[in-house]
Structures are given as C-alpha cells and as structure tokens.
Design a protein around this ligand. Structure first.
Ligand code: OKV
Ligand code: MN
Length: 246
C-alpha cells in the first residue's frame, strides 16, 4: 500500500486542465492509496467556504467520494488557502491537520508542513502571515459581504504581484534566496521536532535533499507545483519516489 502526498495545485478557473487532471487523479490512482495528504495551496485563492465556485464543488465531491471509498484524506492549509474552514473540509471529507504535524509513516515519525514557515528570510511575507492568522482578523474578514472580500482579495493579489516583480527586478539571486527555505530554520525544525524526515511544498522546487543536522542524516522532501503538470510523492514501506504526473 502506498501513501500519496501532493501540494501546490493552485487550482484556479484560469487553468481548468489542472482541475481535470486532479479530478482524474482522485477518481483513478488515489483509489488504491492507503491515504492522501494535501500539504496546502490546493486552491490559488480562498476567501471563505461560502464563496460560490463550481471547481471547489467538483473537488469537494471527488474528495468525498475518495473518503467514502475508504481512503482517508488529510489537509494542511497553505498560504493561499489558509482560510479554508471546517465547513468545506467536512463537505470534502478531509481532516485538517495543524501546520506542522508529525505523523507516523511506516513506523517512522515524519514532519509534514506547507513549508512557508521555513521561509524566514521573506520578512514581508512572514508579516502578512502573522497578521492573517489572527483569529479576530479572520472573523472580521469573513463577516464581510462576498463582494467586499472579492475586492479585498484582488487588491491583495495585485499588491503581492507588484512586490514580487519588484524584488525580481532588483536582484534575481536575492529573489531566489528569499523565496526558498532558510537553511538555519530547516535545521532548527528538524531538531525541534526530533525527526529526521520532513515533507513540504510551497517553494515549488521539487527535490529530495539529504543533509546532516547535529550529526544526524536527515531527508527533506519538497513537493512540486501543478502549474504545468502534477507532482506526486509516493511512499511505501520500501521507500519513496517523487514523480511528475500528466
Ligand atoms: C492569499 C496571498 C492573496 C500570499 C484575509 C484579511 C484575514 C484579507 C484576507 C485576502 C486575500 C486570502 C484572504 C490571497 C494569499 C494573497 C496575496 C499574497 C503571499 C484576511 C484580509 F481574514 F485573514 F484576516 N485575504 N485572499 N498572498 O486572494 O486567497 O500568500 S487570497
Ligand atoms: Mn504556498
């Protein structure tokens, strides 16, 4: 039996083929899995479980069918869909895990997280993260009418795009460093949780990194995004493979 890990699908009406690829994946190969873990950024944007979206409805129906077929589905919120709530999770038959979470995988403790917490050099993003994880701020935002939330989200996305392209124009090397994980935070996280394996997404730099932390051999697995094709990590008792899909 195989356990599947995915993240960073960034499902969005502008890329319908990726939603179709994901729905096929849920109907087909995910059925044989022992469990499916979605490590954040399933959706490109999320401004409340009450937002009408035919794609979100189709995804919830397909996830629920997978759950009903006996495959548990776990979800960790990402930096785009951090407002995804218990209502949608219940509709989709997903269990929400905290970020980070330690699970036992074939007898080994493994740390799962979206990955944004590792990017401590991106101070502008970490400030945004701190502000938008405040429950009172979230409740205030979610209490606004849909139109106001849509306008707010459009503004936030435009400001973020402007900030990113500004950073890129300034210094490409700096952009690459700031938007990747901070090595010191990776090491501190391995030590804090006492694990030697972690799986995350967020950076869109799929890879399996071997590193030493405090003299111990550690493995950091980074999932890829689904912009052009899928990216799936398959784990069983014998090991793991990180493959493209589609
Ligand atoms: C998600 C990101 C937009 C990054 C939430 C208060 C609250 C606004 C919000 C608006 C934007 C999420 C909810 C979106 C992530 C962006 C731009 C950059 C770097 C709150 C005010 F409730 F949390 F307090 N938003 N949307 N960005 O469009 O999905 O992650 S979003
Ligand atoms: Mn992300």
């Amino acid at each position: 039996m195989t356990t599947l890990f995915i993240s960073d699908l960034h499902l969005d009406p502008s890329r319908p083929a990726i939603t179709e690829l994901f729905l096929d994946f849920l109907r087909d190969q995910a059925r044989q899995a022992q469990a499916l873990y979605i490590l954040g950024d399933l959706f490109e944007a999320w401004i409340g479980d009450d937002t009408p979206s035919s794609a979100a409805d189709a995804v919830a129906t397909a996830l629920r069918a997978l759950h009903d077929a006996g495959v548990p589905v776990y979800f960790i919120r990402g930096n785009r869909d951090f407002l995804l709530g218990n209502d949608y999770a219940a509709r989709a038959g997903m269990r929400i895990l905290p970020d980070p979470a330690v699970i036992e995988l074939y007898g080994k403790p493994v740390l799962l997280q979206h990955g944004d917490l590792l990017c401590t050099d991106d101070t502008a993003y970490q400030a945004f993260r701190t502000q938008t994880r405040d429950p009172a701020f979230q409740a205030q935002f979610l209490s606004q009418p849909l139109q106001a939330r849509i306008a707010f989200a459009q503004q936030a996305r435009a400001a973020s795009q402007a900030h990113q392209s500004e950073m890129k124009e300034g210094d490409r090397a700096q952009f690459e460093t700031v938007t990747d994980v901070a090595p010191a935070e990776v090491a501190a996280t391995f030590q804090r949780y006492g694990v030697d394996t972690m799986i995350h997404g967020h950076t869109h730099r799929p890879a399996i990194h071997a590193l030493k932390v405090g003299g111990r051999d550690c493995t950091r697995i980074v999932l890829g995004d689904w912009y052009e094709q899928g990216s799936v990590l398959r784990v069983d008792a014998d090991g793991f493979t990180l493959d493209a899909l589609g």
